[in-house]
Design a protein around this ligand. Structure first.
Ligand SMILES: O=C(O)CCC(=O)C(=O)O
Length: 307
């Protein structure tokens, strides 16, 4: 009840509501509610209602796991670098403490090897951007929470269902993220060299056979007031969460490039030309899988901090 009330307050978003939510969660955590600690972990990792601190986030996550939070336990198992320990039985004393010690935060901001697929517009592939267990974790959290994916009609501020985008998606606002998703966002921000605040709401995309995100641009119409207020979308960053499907490539018709990554690989591209104008050569599509189902973590990035 207390945690649900705190989440409602966080969604309301006013400073006083956030402060009350933090205090409710802290009380819940103190009285042993695992979800109180789990939510505090997210707030510390996102810097909501408190200073952003990964070490505090990890401490809350450890407390949540110890108190029995299935979410915290799943996150620690997904993120730990010692895979044997992560897959071991949790009955050993100090198991969750030991596992927490194997979540290496440095790994998440370490520079990664990039392969340029196209010089202009710059389109870059990265192998093994995140580990398969993290992909599996993100998929397991999104499955069951998917909604029809929406698009904005030209010049309109209302998102609608369209034939061209008939797949489904989960939108992950900051407070909907867990520490694993926030670390992924941090890794993306570090790779592009932007503050984490320049990342829009993340999306987990799901495509069943025949579902697609038809050809589109990710940049925004520069004349929109939105662009003056919240900046332009400069980069699109995709992480392929699985590869057990046929078809389903990311297609760039103007670049004669069709790409699909293996589980955990990433692809990113710049949406603007060198002069800062939208680059129509970035036209792209998420093609429909012809068998299996496709999962992608999609991140649009602005040229200024928006959160
Ligand atoms: O799913 C894909 O391969 C492409 C996704 C996409 O076009 C987007 O997120 O803008």
């Amino acid at each position: 009840m207390t945690v649900a009330r705190a989440v409602d307050l966080l969604k309301a978003g006013a400073a006083a509501d956030v402060a009350e939510a933090v205090s409710l969660l802290a009380n819940a955590a103190r009285s042993g509610d695992p979800e109180g600690s789990n939510r505090l972990a997210t707030l510390a990792a996102a810097g909501i209602g408190m200073r952003k601190s990964w070490s505090r986030a990890m401490a809350h996550l450890f407390s949540a796991a110890l108190a029995g939070s299935a979410s915290a336990r799943g996150q620690l198992r997904a993120m730990a670098s010692d895979r044997r320990l992560a897959e071991a039985n949790d009955s050993a004393p100090n198991y969750w403490r030991a596992l927490s010690a194997h979540v290496n935060l440095e790994d998440w901001i370490r520079p990664c090897e990039k392969r340029v697929l196209n010089a202009s517009p710059r389109t870059v592939a990265i192998e093994a951007f995140i580990l398969r267990p993290v992909c599996d974790w993100i998929i397991s959290c999104a499955a069951g929470r998917l909604q029809p994916a929406l698009t904005y009609a030209e010049g309109s501020a209302t998102a609608v269902r369209s034939e061209g985008r008939n797949n489904s998606a989960l939108e992950l606002g900051l407070i909907d993220c867990d520490v694993a998703a926030l670390l992924l966002r941090q890794r993306i921000a570090a790779t592009i060299g932007v503050p984490a605040g320049a990342l829009e709401t993340s999306q987990v995309l799901h495509y069943a056979v025949g579902e697609q995100f038809a050809r589109h641009y990710d940049y925004l119409d520069p004349s929109l007031p939105e662009v003056a207020e919240r900046g332009q979308r400069i980069v699109t960053f995709l992480v392929y969460l699985n590869d057990a499907f046929d078809g389903g490539e990311t297609d760039f018709p103007h670049l004669r490039l069709r790409h699909r990554g293996k589980t955990g690989d990433a692809l990113y591209f710049g949406n603007l030309a060198a002069d800062g104008a939208p680059d129509p050569r970035t036209l792209h599509a998420g093609l429909a899988p012809t068998s299996g189902e496709k999962w992608v973590f999609s991140q649009w990035i602005r040229n200024q901090a928006i959160v």
